[in-house]
Design a protein around this ligand. Structure first.
Ligand code: DX5
Ligand code: ZN
Length: 218
């Protein structure tokens, strides 16, 4: 069974604390938090103060996805705010080795993400020190888009390279996951899946989370 991580981007922004409590009581263990800077992607969300505000509310793993041009400048603040996993993009302008090293110096798990048009091989120089891999299955920037199914093929390429090196790094997918494609994504090898609209957009979020989790059995 894959781990389903609801994305805060699809929550009701007028009541974030309640939204996080509700989703945690539905059985969620990982909360995906999308940070957009208006440069790397054409959208803005929230900053590390949101992570800090929500930290006392929840014991969930905070999986923070930095869609930022210069994440290196903000990693320490996101770490201090209470992030558990901090993921930067292979396509960003910051030095990736420095980002990963800084995330580790802050005592957090380091993730690296690739956008749909980026080859999975872009991750390979960093694999030996990564804790987490995020394969985008939509162009980042907005929730509620349709999955680009071809992106799932990257998972096998990544897993083969990890296996060849004796590594076992969880691969998460992000974008357009729903009840009709979650099985296919699991079969493609996804260990973790972000689900924004499919969970927060459902009338019964707990039922939607359970259904996605159950259908993700490989
Ligand atoms: C998109 C974000 C996603 C988004 C997913 O740029 O990185 O995490 O919230 O939302 P859904 O599941 O609705 O595609
Ligand atoms: Zn995301």
């Amino acid at each position: 069974m894959a781990i389903i991580a609801p994305s805060l981007l699809s929550a009701d922004f007028t009541k974030m604390g309640d939204e996080v409590r509700e989703i945690e009581s539905a059985g969620t263990k990982v909360l995906h938090i999308d940070i957009m800077d208006g440069h790397f992607v054409p959208n803005l969300t929230f900053g590390y103060s949101m992570v800090k505000a929500l930290r006392p509310v929840s014991g969930m793993v905070f999986d923070v996805h930095l869609m930022m041009t210069n994440p290196l400048e903000y990693i320490e603040n996101f770490a201090k705010a209470g992030s558990d996993i901090i993921t930067v993009h292979a396509e960003c302008d910051s030095d990736l080795d420095r980002c990963i090293d800084l995330i580790h110096q802050c005592g957090k798990k380091a993730g690296l993400s690739v956008k749909p048009k980026t080859a999975p091989e872009a991750l390979f120089p960093y694999l030996d020190k990564l804790d987490h891999i995020l394969v985008m299955t939509v162009e980042p920037g907005f929730g509620g888009q349709s999955m680009m199914p071809d992106c799932l093929d990257k998972i096998a390429v990544i897993k083969a390279e990890c296996a060849a090196r004796g590594l076992c790094i969880p691969v998460m997918i992000d974008g357009g996951v729903n009840a009709s494609n979650v099985r296919k994504a699991a079969e493609a090898g996804a260990d973790m899946m972000v689900a924004g609209n499919a969970v927060f957009g459902a009338a019964d979020r707990a039922a939607a989370f359970r259904e996605l989790s159950e259908r993700s059995c490989k």
